[in-house]
Design a protein around this ligand. Sequence first.
Ligand SMILES: O=P(O)(O)OC[C@H]1O[C@H](OP(=O)(O)OP(=O)(O)O)[C@H](O)[C@@H]1O
Ligand SMILES: Nc1nc2[nH]cnc2c(=O)[nH]1
Ligand SMILES: [Mg+2]
Length: 180
Amino acid sequence: MLEKDIQEVLITEEEIRAKVKELGATLTEDYKDKYPLAIGILKGAIPFMGDLMKEIDAYLEIDFMDVSSYGNATVSSGEVKIVKDLNTNVEGRDILIIEDIIDSGKTLKYLVDLFKYRQANSIQIVTLLDKPTGRKVDLKADYVGFDVPDAFVVGYGLDYAEKYRNLPYIGVLKKEIYSF
Ligand SMILES: O=P(O)(O)OC[C@H]1O[C@H](OP(=O)(O)OP(=O)(O)O)[C@H](O)[C@@H]1O
Ligand SMILES: Nc1nc2[nH]cnc2c(=O)[nH]1
Ligand SMILES: [Mg+2]
């Protein structure tokens, strides 16, 4: 049903699964002596966070923050809004920010500055996808699954106008679906 709207699959379900296992093993090693707080950024990070946390064998806690700067558009408004804040105090904590994608970098820059201000002990960024060509601010992730080309991608948490988050792979929609 959704597949008819897809022009090209960029990253398959199997490739995502293998990468999530690999990232989980690395994070297990890096965080085995810590009590990290993984912060999933809603809504896009939901599938990645759900799969990744099961691969991290450490005393992990989770929380979520909902920030939004895109609305229904495919270009960042540049204004990051907090829709839902954390329930956890991050002071002194070792934080892992879990994201689906870094594009302009504005969402993560805002969050890193916020968690620094709130006096986290350490802040590391884990992102499934990185789109280096989209970058508008200086920001690098510490753990990256895949680089993606300069296209608006959907699936595995990533939406177009709130749809397609439930696709199990990452792809690009047919031109006629996008209204830009
Ligand atoms: O690097 P940036 O240009 O800031 O873009 C990345 C952000 O954009 C998307 O979120 P969005 O604001 O669309 O919210 P959503 O996760 O609910 O779709 C994505 O999940 C990242 O959080
Ligand atoms: N769905 C989706 N959301 C984004 N937010 C920032 N870049 C993207 C993208 O390529 N796809
Ligand atoms: Mg979105």
